[in-house]
Write a protein that binds this ligand. Structure first.
Ligand code: ZN
Length: 371
């Protein structure tokens, strides 16, 4: 959602979880996060004046034939009746995508007018640019430029940084902030030549904008994070992921799928039961709750245990946070038990959340203690 000059523009109201990766269906913890994101998309649509559809892949638009992990077009159709619609045109759409677009029109009860190359108020739309490499069977996407007095934002959609011309087009738009997907380096068959060309394109783009947000395909494996760091240090410009931009902890659930199954085993038949509506994600909401934590938040908790290096505090998230001995009080602490005892009600402030390890670092400094 981009808010500008009295308009609330929702770009790509869709959600999909990689259906099968490493031979595994989405882990219920990821499904829980997916449900939350769907709720946020629906809430954004309730407020939207404009809806943009950059292309018709199932992770970018609501679907008439959604699987249990995607956003249903039938659910959002009532919310799309009054908004202005701006959609990718027919150029470069495969037969499948054309028929998906048609069935989406049918469910929405509206046309999806071709916005490519058009302008309207603060918005401008690109001509078709390749979804990744030029001339691939993935076809083309439409990019969106939004301008206000604070600057220019570009949503580059799924260009994958695999086409130099698309990058030049973005730079010609003189953006301050760009959101793009980055190359799919998780695919073992992405050749080293393509990786190298995506890297060069990423460098060029990063040098040309203040803030480059790379996410989506790039962060389906952990190696993507090292791209962000290397791009930042080589260009001296901010290259970050979407979670960084929003001040949220990084959460690479797609990359962590195998480990999620190891750490939180899933009973046989869970996915079938979920599809039928016979079970839900309530037992798997750790990441959801932890993902809501922000550094600086003050929480009430209870001291559960004490160790030589600090105190573990239950803050009601199914996981205890650690107050390190150096964070128990402003002054020097000799022994943890000098400050807190098991069972004490304490007020703590969030220092840091590591979603990968599911660690919460807490401090009692600057959190006024209950009397
Ligand atoms: Zn796509």
């Amino acid at each position: 959602m981009v808010e500008v000059k009295g308009r609330k523009i929702v770009i790509d109201p869709g959600l999909a979880l990689g259906y099968r990766r490493y031979g595994l269906l989405p882990h219920p913890a990821q499904v829980a996060v997916g449900e939350q994101v769907r709720r946020k998309i629906v809430a954004a649509l309730e407020d939207a004046t404009d809806v943009v559809m950059s292309h018709f892949h199932g992770d970018h638009v609501p679907l008439p034939d959604a699987n249990p992990y995607q956003l249903k077009a039938q659910q959002v159709a009532p919310l799309c009746q009054k908004v202005r619609l701006w959609a990718k045109g027919p150029a470069g759409l495969s037969h499948n995508m054309m028929s998906r677009k048609q069935s989406l029109c049918k469910v929405l009860g509206r046309e999806l007018p071709n916005a490519e190359g058009q302008r309207d108020g603060p918005m401008a739309f690109s001509p078709p640019v390749p979804h990744g490499e030029p001339h691939s069977k993935l076809g083309t996407v439409m990019m969106t430029r939004i301008e206000d007095e604070d600057g220019v934002f570009v949503h580059a959609s799924d260009i994958q940084l695999l086409d130099g011309e698309a990058v030049s087009l973005i730079l010609a738009w003189r953006p301050d902030i760009v959101l793009a997907d980055g190359p799919p380096i998780y695919l073992p068959w992405l050749s080293s030549e393509k990786r190298a060309s995506a890297w060069d394109n990423a460098l060029q783009l990063a040098r040309g904008v203040d803030t480059l947000i790379l996410d989506h395909h790039l962060l389906r494996c952990e190696e993507g994070l090292s791209w962000l760091d290397r791009l930042s240090s080589e260009t001296g410009h901010d290259v970050i992921c979407a979670a960084d931009f929003m001040g949220r902890p990084r959460c690479l659930l797609e990359a962590w799928r195998t480990r999620l199954y190891r750490e939180m085993p899933v009973p046989d038949g869970w996915h079938d039961a979920y599809s039928r509506g016979d079970t839900d994600t309530s037992a798997y909401r750790d990441y959801l709750d932890l993902g809501e934590l922000r550094p600086g938040m003050v929480l009430e908790g209870k001291v559960k245990s004490i160790v030589s290096f600090g105190a573990f505090v239950d803050v009601g998230l199914g996981r205890e946070g650690l107050v390190h001995i150096s964070e128990l009080s402003e002054g020097w602490v000799d022994k943890v038990s000098d400050v807190v005892s098991v069972g004490d009600e304490v007020r703590v402030k969030v220092l840091d959340v590591d979603l990968e390890k599911r660690h919460i670092a807490l401090t009692m400094k600057g959190a006024k203690q209950p009397d």
